[in-house]
Design a protein around this ligand. Structure first.
Ligand SMILES: [Zn+2]
Length: 297
């Protein structure tokens, strides 16, 4: 089996690479200098760049009754912070034998562009619907933060980063198009099932309503943390503030909680931003917490 395909109970998970973003940890985690990362020579180089750039991926989850995309990559429109960056995920999806019309649901862990990008394709200059039958499911609080921000930020006004807010604003044109496409539903509760196998878990901070996903099938599990963390090295320093988080302090608390939970549970993890294909476990050894990628079979 290719190393981007995993079987979990009755489900098949296929990691679909979209693109990569070169990333400097000293920018990603503001206030750190290259020297601060000396302890992690395998993960961060002497100039402060992550040795492996941030992967952008989506996961195709095939269950006996449904085909679900957990996140939908950067998509066909250049990413605002890196104008050369467009995704390749849709071609990879088709090469698995699954066509856009086969997708039953797209769940976005949050409303950032690199998680909803392929919800639309370009037809000339116009964004049109990519997955004609799919229901789009997006956390309610995140959707509100684009279309009814007062309701959200009234509850969390004191811990908001300008960078996080700017990144959030990039998503609005696409979300407006999605609203016109219709067939959008929202998750409103922690622990809500979106399919019999997939349950969302509240992991706010990166965005106000960010949710991770846990798949359980026949006693086996796999966890999709979404953007609770972006780089494996963060597992050991989850408390470090991330500039791209809308609510940086809440994000740090969530990252600490999720990192500990993944280690304690020993759960299989599918990370959209860890190096492709993003499957592995969070383990402890040599006095630190680290990422152990799944060995290719
Ligand atoms: Zn992301």
């Amino acid at each position: 089996m290719a190393n981007n395909v995993l079987t979990v109970g009755n489900a098949k998970i296929i990691s679909l690479h979209d693109t990569v973003i070169p990333s400097r940890m000293t920018d990603f985690i503001p206030g750190t200098k290259p020297g601060d990362w000396k302890k992690y020579p395998k993960e961060v180089d002497e100039k402060g760049f992550a040795r492996k750039p941030m992967n952008i991926a989506a996961f195709l989850v095939i269950t006996p009754k449904q085909k679900v995309l957990v996140d939908a990559g950067i998509g066909p429109v250049p990413f605002p912070s890196s104008p050369d960056l467009v995704g390749s995920m849709l071609g990879r999806l088709k090469r698995t034998g699954v066509q856009p019309e086969d997708i039953d649901m797209v769940f976005a862990t949050h409303v950032h562009l690199d998680h909803m990008g392929w919800c639309a394709v370009l037809d000339g200059n116009k964004l049109t619907r990519t997955f004609p039958r799919a229901k789009y499911v997006v956390p309610q609080t995140d959707w509100d933060s684009l279309f009814n921000p007062k309701a959200v930020y009234k509850r969390r006004p004191k811990d908001t980063s300008d960078q996080g807010m700017e990144i959030m604003s990039w998503s609005k044109p696409l979300a407006e198009r999605m609203a016109i496409f219709g067939n959008i539903e929202h998750t409103t509760e922690d622990g809500q099932n979106i399919t019999p196998e997939l349950k969302v878990m509240d992991t706010p901070g990166h965005t106000p309503g960010h949710q991770s996903v846990l798949l359980s099938s026949k006693g086996e599990r796999i966890f999709f943390p979404g953007d609770a963390m972006h780089f494996p090295v963060q597992l050991d320093v989850p408390e470090r503030i991330v500039g791209a988080d809308v609510h940086p302090k809440l994000g740090a608390r969530t990252r600490s909680r999720v990192s500990k939970w993944m280690e304690k549970e020993g759960v299989m993890v599918a990370s959209c931003h860890f190096p492709a294909p993003g499957f592995g476990h969070v383990v402890r050894g040599k006095g630190r917490r680290y990422w152990q990628p799944l060995k290719p079979k």
